[in-house]
Ligand binder design. Sequence first.
Ligand code: PMV
Length: 323
Amino acid sequence: MTVATAHSNIALVKYWGKRDTALNLPGAGSLSMALAALTTRTEVRRAPARESDHVVLDGSPASGAASQRVSRFLDLIRVAAGSDDAAEVVTTNDFPTAAGLASSASGFAALALAAVDAYGLDLSPDELSVLARRGSGSAARSIPGGWALMHAGEASDGRDAFARQIAPAEHWDLRCVVLITATGAKDVGSTAGMNRTMMSSPYYPAWIETVDVDLADAEPAVMARDFELLATVAERSCLRMHASAIAADPGVLYWNGQTVELIHRVRSARASGIPVFFTIDAGPHVKVFCEPSAVPAVRDMAADEVKDVIVSAPGGPARIEDA
Ligand code: PMV
């Protein structure tokens, strides 16, 4: 049996749209910080006597759709390893999955690492990131963890579409305060939302054109620990991503009333001198980045609008644990 852990991550320059849906190749690059407080732990055991894979998610057998997604992913590893063994997969998140927080990033990174080891494959870190990407685009960034840059790549087989660390977790001790504004799964998953944006939003090509400029600003901002510059780029990237989705037909709108209220509060806090900025993914929650000393102020400003709050420091790479 092999056990692996991986942290979730939040993009500061967003990934939204694919250049190849089958291989899950991104339409542009992205940049993220891994979250130490959001971790998936996954055990993989080869089970040659079983007819099919058995997947347990947070203590219960996985639904048909979730279990199929895992089996299709394991098929990639079985083909590469020349094995047709079924597997037993036990995966646990240390954060509330029901809140609709993205668990696919940490989930597919931990699964990739554990399954590659269990099936006896030897992959480089870049190859692991390429593999995790097949499960979920953002999972590619959870393999290196820390501050990670995902490359869009050019190869049609996706071998150069991987993420690498640009700086380790310790490089910049920021906090990500996850403000949970709703419970329950989201209506439109990220793949469906991206597809609808790509197919029907007149703003999709314009959005994709902005990403390289944002990456060219965000990478040096991270390296120089330039909070103001990172704040400007991250909010710009988030709002442009959502603008492209909102302009789809029918529009993909992930925000609720609390989301919008919190955007205004974060902006007025920054105007009053508190170093904070926001980003938002394919759901209604608001992720606020700040210096550790500003966490109490963020909690106070959000208290009456949120269901729950998770505070996270930067996290490290996906890794194999002792079984
Ligand atoms: O990894 P996916 O396919 O769930 O897509 C993630 C999309 C966003 O979270 C909205 C943006 C990002 O870069 O993580």
